[in-house]
Design a protein around this ligand. Structure first.
Ligand SMILES: Nc1nc2c(c(=O)[nH]1)N[C@H]1C(S)=C(S)[C@@H](COP(=O)(O)OP(=O)(O)OC[C@H]3O[C@@H](n4cnc5c(=O)[nH]c(N)nc54)[C@H](O)[C@@H]3O)O[C@H]1N2
Ligand SMILES: Nc1nc2c(c(=O)[nH]1)N[C@H]1C(S)=C(S)[C@@H](COP(=O)(O)OP(=O)(O)OC[C@H]3O[C@@H](n4cnc5c(=O)[nH]c(N)nc54)[C@H](O)[C@@H]3O)O[C@H]1N2
Ligand code: SF4
Ligand SMILES: [Mo]
Length: 847
């Protein structure tokens, strides 16, 4: 039976069994509705089974209610301290996604050699055995031709611990440098803020219970970011006991409830931060316990005047006077007003509130302040405010992290053969480590991934990648400059996609391997932190699989390793079979299912069979871990990292010796100067300014005359990253995003601009940038200032399924994808893809 793209979804939705009849599938599968009919569910009887939601990077421990084998409801894990027993609105979409009729149900093979957007792949169903034979043959061809480095793996979302078995293992043992994670599409620039000030390249936690001033900056914690249930749970209390300030060019859900909303000009975050810092210093409002004080007791921070470094005795920080002299002394609120369009008096008012509540003032920075083309410095500037108010690791402040004790996997090095070692050192495709792309994550140049630049690398060298494997990814939709991925993917000779749905990237696949919907069908251990506790949470099958799907990081890699072994390359299999022993019985895995279970047991064993009693929860054995689903650590201790920050000086650095050292080493290696690197990477700072948090004027693609509006991108509160749009729940409830309309995708414009352009709500408009154009509906809305327009990221799928796309068969999108407008540009110091900061100018025309 031949299945074209056109009728694949139609057929599979109605009759999953028919498809399976056409191939040698190993498991019988049933239509979701058929099973429900066979066993009517009776209300009130069922079990809550713990698992982990991965709808966003909160990775909440949850429980799924299962009645007669059917998942019917979701709630937070009642034992979890991170989310207080709640899930956010999109936790409920787990059920919709799990039972999405458009899921890929069996492996598929492409029969149309032509590839492109809107080109029918003419997929036909095949068995797992056949599919993996084809993949293994293609991989062996590369090994046999001495070009294993033409193999590439790219990771989208992943399961926290098991990811190592694919991302960390397969490319390294096979012999290729081409393993790239999606992280630089995600929020890497944000990490540069805490990274180059306090030596912590990670996401922060917040003591929301005790906060007296919460500054929400470039994120919307009631809708998104990394701990939505906890933010919703505590928000009312914070409003009662203190002040909430939102810095966002758009009226977000948080901004709409905040005491102060600062709708700054997109990309001017550094200017706002510098003027707040200026005022805190000029008015003596910095936290003396953390920062220290003038030796003479008198405040010498006088606007416009430099200060003698010797006059100040610092405590937990380093370089506050240098920072004042180099960047801050002239950055008054009046100066700030010019750059940010926020009235000077509001800047001053907000700064005073922050200073008065210190150290219980938490600046919660998100991608909106950082994912700009010059975002490293605005991330540093915004995060440095936490240093000034002394909220780092303080009561009511901003915290680093604890970690649950996880079991490690054995080192792969002994399994690397000569070919792997040799070809593993070939040049990467993402441009990292060039003077125009320093990618200095974790204080080391060339260490950051530049995900989105991989497409450019592939286009430049079409021979570079011959076999491409990717999982849980959809870069043709999720990456800015999305059309480049269409071009690059069309040229890849052999592409294997391991996903749940036939999304945009899948349309370019030669082999499609249907993945488990991990939150409800996978088996893994996921760790994270929130609400002053870290946790490890199990992800386990809450229901039996309806379709012939497999988990890519454990089951599929095991089966693939077997296939490669049968063809003469056994290293990957040797590693899995030789090093993964059950922590209790010592037994080695003999098949894919056993491997998956042993992996989860190794990762979690230190929590349920600890060598010494732990400070966190007590769990007696694996069965209890599966039943409770979670291990919570003890509470985060205040001042944990004081005196031992992982910076060059061990202090919180307002003058980053850490960044200076990283830069100097890189410049030496490249035989050039630091200023030359800054220039090549598009930053405006020169000299000493490069080492302090400072304002870099926003970069912009497109002239103001041709593209008069700054474009504001943000996430839907129903986005499960790029994945929930094929559910009717998403479409029906889309109106929960402020200003939005259900079943549509609206561009929000200030009524003042609407009047000027003669546009009204409901008009169909074409939005164009220097890169591309999309068509959507217009909505006049006061939640954006004149000169800016905002549209939610999420809609605009031309594939994925019959709900997400307006017409899947014709590849017609519902609404428009922001990434077809946004230019592919980068914060080059981190390698992160820019999506915020108004760097893409757009034009709006009625059609
Ligand atoms: N609902 C939901 N939550 C999510 C996710 C999801 O898909 N949906 N994904 C998760 C993931 S993967 C990540 S990486 C995190 C992080 O992602 P989030 O914290 O959700 O951040 P974004 O929506 O990317 O950030 C954009 C925010 O910054 C604002 N903004 C845009 N330009 C500017 C600017 O120039 N300055 C300032 N100050 N603000 C600006 C936007 O209006 C918006 O509020 O969220 C996680 N949480
Ligand atoms: N304009 C704009 N672009 C953005 C963002 C934004 O805010 N604005 N956010 C960015 C961020 S923060 C991120 S993290 C990226 C995310 O982008 P990607 O890393 O590309 O991932 P997704 O698009 O979320 O999901 C990819 C695919 O995974 C499949 N899938 C769903 N569930 C599962 C599962 O359980 N297992 C497997 N194997 N596959 C599954 C689906 O088929 C889906 O198409 O997007 C980024 N892109
Ligand atoms: S979508 Fe995110 S915040 Fe919501 S329940 Fe899932 S992991 Fe938690
Ligand atoms: Mo992300």
């Amino acid at each position: 039976m031949k299945l074209s793209r056109r009728n694949f979804i139609k057929a599979s939705a109605a009759t999953g069994g028919v498809i399976l009849a056409g191939c040698a599938a190993s498991k019988p599968a049933m239509n979701a509705m058929a099973e429900a009919k066979a066993q009517p569910s009776s209300p009130g009887t069922g079990d809550w089974i713990p698992t982990t939601c991965q709808g966003c990077t909160a990775w909440c421990p949850v429980e799924v209610y299962v009645q007669n084998g059917r998942a019917t409801k979701v709630r937070g894990n009642q034992l979890s301290k991170a989310n207080n027993g709640y899930c956010c609105p999109r936790g409920h979409l787990i059920i919709h996604q799990l039972y999405d009729p458009d899921r890929i149900k069996v492996p598929m093979k492409r029969t149309n050699p032509q590839k492109g957007r809107g080109v029918d792949p003419k997929f036909v169903p095949i068995s797992w055995d056949e599919a993996l034979d084809i993949v293994a043959d293609k991989m062996m061809e590369l090994r046999n031709n001495n070009e294993p480095h033409k193999f590439m793996y790219m990771r989208g979302r992943y399961s926290a611990t098991a990811t190592e078995l694919l991302y960390g293992t397969v490319p390294k043992l096979f012999g290729t440098p081409h393993a790239y994670s999606h992280s630089a599409l995600c929020a890497e620039a944000e990490k540069m803020g805490p990274g180059y000030t306090q030596g912590f390249f990670g996401y922060r936690d917040y003591d929301l219970e005790k906060t007296r001033c919460l500054v929400i900056w470039g994120c919307d914690p009631l809708s998104s970011n990394r701990q939505v249930p906890n933010a919703i749970h505590k928000f009312g209390k914070i409003l009662d006991q203190g002040t909430v300030i939102a810095v966002d060019p758009r009226l977000s859900a948080s901004a709409s409830k905040a005491h102060e909303w600062l709708p700054l000009k997109p990309g001017s975050d550094g200017a706002l931060a510098s003027s707040i810092a200026h005022l805190l210093l000029a008015e003596g409002l910095w936290n003396k316990e953390f920062v220290g004080d003038f030796k003479g007791g008198k405040n010498l921070f006088v606007p416009g005047q430099t200060v003698d470094e010797e006059s100040f005795a610092e405590k937990e920080t380093y370089g506050v006077v240098k920072w004042w002299n180099i960047e801050l002394k002239d950055k008054t609120p009046a100066w700030g007003e010019k750059e940010t369009l926020i009235p000077a008096e509001q800047i001053a008012r907000v700064a005073r509130v922050m200073g008065k509540a210190a150290p219980a003032t938490a600046v919660w920075m998100g991608p909106g302040a950082a994912m700009h083309p010059r975002g490293t410095y605005s991330a540093m500037a915004v995060h440095a405010l936490n240093g000034l108010v002394g909220s780092i690791d303080a009561e009511g402040g901003v915290l680093q992290e604890l970690k649950p004790p996880l079991g490690d996997f054995a080192k792969i090095d002994p399994y690397k053969d000569e070919t792997a070692t040799h070809f593993g050192h070939e040049k990467k495709l993402d441009g990292r480590g060039g003077i125009d792309m320093p990618a200095m994550m974790k204080a080391k140049a060339g260490s950051g991934v530049v995900t989105n630049n991989v497409a450019n690398g592939m286009l430049k060298d079409p021979e570079a990648v011959k076999v491409f494997l990717s999982s849980w990814s959809n870069f043709n939709f999720s990456a800015t400059g999305a059309h480049r991925w269409d071009e690059a993917m069309a040229r890849v000779p052999f592409f294997v996609h391991m996903v749940t749905n036939p999304a945009e990237m899948t349309q370019f696949a030669d082999i499609v391997l249907p993945a488990t919907y991990n939150a409800a069908e996978g088996l893994s251990v996921i760790s994270n932190k929130a609400n002053m506790h870290a946790h490890a949470s199990i992800q386990q099958p809450v229901v039996k699989r309806l379709w012939d799907v497999k988990q890519e990081e454990t089951e599929v890699v095991w089966l693939l390793a077997e296939k490669l072994k049968a063809r003469g390359f056994s290293k990957i299999h040797d590693y899995y079979a030789g090093e993964f022993k059950d922590p209790e019985t010592g037994k080695a895995p003999t098949n894919a299912d056993e491997f998956a279970e042993i992996v989860a047991r190794i990762s979690s064993a230190p929590m349920w069979m600890p060598k010494e009693p732990l400070k966190g929860d007590r769990i007696d054995g694996w069965e209890e871990f599966k039943k409770k689903g979670i291990y919570n650590t003890e509470k985060y201790p205040y001042k944990k990292n004081w005196g031992k920050f992982k910076t060059e000086t061990k202090k919180f650095e307002f003058y980053s010796e850490t960044l200076k050292k990283t830069f100097s080493e890189f410049a030496e290696k490249k035989k050039t100067g630091i200023d030359a690197i800054l220039e090549a990477s598009g930053y405006t700072a020169r000299g000493e300014l490069a080492f302090v948090p400072h304002y870099e004027p926003p970069k912009r693609h497109g002239s103001l005359s041709e593209y008069p509006f700054d474009f504001i991108d943000y996430k839907s509160r129903l986005n499960r990253e790029g994945r929930s749009q094929n559910t009717t729940g998403y479409q029906e409830f889309k109106k929960v995003d402020s200003g939005d309309t259900s079943w549509d995708d609206v561009l929000k414009m200030n009524p003042v601009d609407g009047k000027k352009l003669g546009l009204k709500t409901g008009d169909r408009v074409k939005i164009s940038s220097t890169t591309g154009s999309i068509t959507t509906t217009l909505k006049l809305w006061e939640g954006v200032r004149p000169g800016t327009v905002a549209k939610c990221f999420g809609q605009g799928h031309w594939a994925y399924g019959q709900v997400a796309a307006k017409d899947y068969a014709k590849a017609q999108p519902r609404g428009g994808n922001n990434n077809e407008l946004l230019v592919d540009d980068y914060d080059r110091l981190s390698g992160a893809t820019a999506r915020n900061g108004g760097f893409t100018g757009v034009r709006v025309e009625k059609i």
